[in-house]
Design a binder for this molecule. Sequence first.
Ligand code: NAI
Ligand code: MG
Length: 352
Amino acid sequence: MDFKIAVLKGDGIGPEIVNEAIKVLDKIGEKFGHKFNYEQGYLGGESIDKFGKPLTDETVELCKNSDAVLLGAVGGPKWDVIDPAIRPEKGLLGIRKALELYTNLRPAILYNALKDASPLKPEIIGDGLDMMVIRELTGGLYFGKKELTKDYAYDTMYYTRGEIERIVKKGFEIARLRSKKLTSVEKANVLDSSKLWKEVAIEMGKDYPDVELIHMYADNAAMQLVINPRQFDTIVTENTFGDILSDEASMLTGSIGMLPSASLGDGKVGLYEPIHGSAPDIAGKGIANPIATILSVAMMLRYSFNLTEEADTIEKAVEAVLNEGYRTGDIYSEGTKKVGTVEMGELIKERL
Ligand code: NAI
Ligand code: MG
């Protein structure tokens, strides 16, 4: 099959890590008989330098007319001084909005080979962690009615039934592809928006009898993530709880350079990017870890192109390289073999 991928390399380490991910994709194409066609767009600081704004209509059009978007990262000190209205991060919010991406998928995986990187005790980690946090991305406190005055301020956690249904549905569908266990996180003991959330989850659960549905309050979920993270497989939750819990879950793995993400909507275009930023402190040095971006490409194959075997192949290759002891600087520990960005990309490509 032929696929068109919009590539937004962005700033800092963005171009370095995206190049490695493309190498891996091309090898997958060769091996499985697909053709990936790339078209470059511009986002963030790079776009500000070229066009005076962090996101142009041309790049939005390019993304809308592609099968998926691969994004590196944006931002850096160079653009921190300029007008906040044209900051690089505005481009990021702009493209997510333009593509109506309301689902954010953040897997938190702790590989056996990297157990030492986790802040958790070995007995809590067991033989590794593998969970998926699904965060609603376009509703709740961030977008509800709000007001700020000198004396009072408020944000509203507003959700419609339709908004809850579509994200909970994604939760069930993704849980079905994993180990069929979905934890719906809310605070129905105090919040009305959560009462509606829970009601919808229970109703929709009837359509997914094969998926075990668990309800958990957000504060308890925060505790359970550190005392018993292995009970979780797929978590679905609203925007604010998801922001906090996805960051908490990812830090259990101790390695920001390893974690991919996907943002999906109802349209055909999904956006795939590492969770980390542009790492200006190490940009251009050839030492950034490309694995988060390579695993983002695996998510693209799985969630946008329905190419499960191809996605599995990439994930297994990453694990094999880690098991052989190869590490970039961010995950290096004594006794392992230190490699740079390009070398790590090559190793993974060879193991496919
Ligand atoms: P960051 O994620 O860029 O870096 C945090 C630390 O992790 C740094 O020490 C960095 O060297 C290290 N790191 C990150 N990714 C790495 C990788 N692949 N390999 C090895 N080490 C890695 O976050 P920070 O420093 O807060 O932000 C830097 C810039 O990135 C800022 O302009 C920020 O606004 C932007 N940013 C962009 C994001 C995006 O494009 N989605 C997300 C987060 C931050
Ligand atoms: Mg966050």
